[in-house]
Ligand binder design. Structure first.
Ligand code: PMP
Length: 352
């Protein structure tokens, strides 16, 4: 007998990261920093202390305490996940019923739509005008969940906290605010410290960006007591492995080092923006920097296909979205190679 796929998975397209060996990877919004030797010693000690024969702590108590300590929040409001990706999937399953509407905005993080569809919801992606997030566009829709990133992946733009507060207060929907990149932007635009003031707000954070630990798969949902109880009840009990818990605990406990890492990434980002703007001025009308609030730049490019292909030939990988480029901030050396290649492409003088 033929086996027919069910409707909600029939047309799903798997997330396709760019594979292959490229010397300069600026495609996945990862950190360019690797732990220094002292951090590696702390990591090794943390791993040595893991009880490998035991299941991990289902509450990830030490990890959530270290995370909460770093951000100055109450750890009883934190649920850890196997990356914020897992938390997105868990919370969309938990807080929706079949055929509920889930509103997202395009462009935004592509996995939102996949998890919404998988949870049996009607996914309603609202087109942003000129890439600008306008929450009032969701106002008339009886949505169960409204989900967006701030700063936004891929636009690298931020909207003010006050706009989000107003929206959260005015909607009966659950608002899922993904602050994966907030550490690189203005902390005044974060709602991380305000979750107890609302019945309907979940803030997501991750160790993949600011902490530079995408390999560990650690994400965090921060929300009020009532919603935290639901998240902890519905997640699989041992969702965060003990090795990641131990390493994450050690790393978040060193506040000064986490801050220094973020500062280093921000400094490289700002340098890259300045130098990139020099290239922009040399090719009027061809390149425009749209946003740089995160650890990546979002750029309008009239020759996006050709630029991406040329960079790839030079061993440099970035992400393309139609006429737009998303360029992760790399190390000083990687950024110099990128700028030199762009200069070469546009026939100008090389930086290298
Ligand atoms: N949210 C946003 C906005 C992202 O860009 C990403 C990863 N690119 C994630 C969540 C997923 O992060 P994690 O590594 O914690 O699963």
């Amino acid at each position: 007998m033929p086996f027919f796929l069910n409707a909600k998975v029939r047309d799903l397209v798997p997330y396709e990261p760019i594979m292959g060996d490229f010397p300069v990877r600026l495609d996945a919004n990862e950190s360019f920093l690797r732990p220094d030797s002292v951090a590696f010693e702390e990591i090794a000690r943390a791993v040595e202390g893991v009880a490998f024969n035991r299941y991990p702590d289902p509450t990830a108590a030490a990890l959530t305490a270290a995370f909460a300590g770093y951000y100055g929040i109450d750890s009883t409001r934190v649920t850890a996940g196997n990356g914020s990706d897992e938390l997105l999937s868990v919370l969309l399953t938990a807080f929706t019923q079949q055929d509920d509407k889930v509103v997202t905005f395009t462009p935004d993080f592509s996995m939102y739509g996949i998890y919404a569809t998988l949870s049996g919801c009607e996914h309603m992606p609202l087109e942003k005008k000129n890439g600008q997030l306008d929450l009032s566009a969701a106002q008339g829709i009886r949505a169960r969940v409204v989900l967006f990133s701030n700063p936004c992946n891929p636009t690298s733009l931020t909207i003010p906290a006050e706009e989000i507060r107003r929206f959260v207060r005015s909607t009966p929907a659950l608002v899922v605010l993904d602050e994966a990149y907030m550490d690189f932007s203005d902390p005044a635009n974060s709602l991380l410290h305000e979750v107890d003031e609302y019945e309907n707000l979940i803030v997501l954070r991750t160790a993949s960006k600011a902490l530079g630990m995408a390999s560990l798969r650690l994400g965090f949902a921060v929300t009020n007591e009532r919603l935290t109880a639901v998240l902890r009840a519905v997640k699989s009990p041992y969702n965060v492995n003990a090795v990641s818990q131990a390493i994450g605990t050690a790393l978040y406990s060193n506040r000064a080092r986490v801050r220094a890492g973020i500062e280093q990434i921000r400094a490289e980002r700002d340098k890259l923006v300045d130098l990139f703007n020099l290239v922009v001025r040399q090719v009027p009308g061809q390149l425009a920097l749209i946003g740089a609030q995160a650890n990546f730049l979002f750029v309008h490019c009239t020759k996006a296909d050709d630029v991406v292909a040329y960079l790839k030939e030079q061993g440099i990988i970035i992400r393309q979205f139609g006429d737009f480029l998303r360029i992760t901030v790399g190390s000083a050396e990687e950024n110099t190679l990128l700028l030199a290649a762009l200069q070469e492409f546009y026939g100008g003088e090389s930086y290298a």
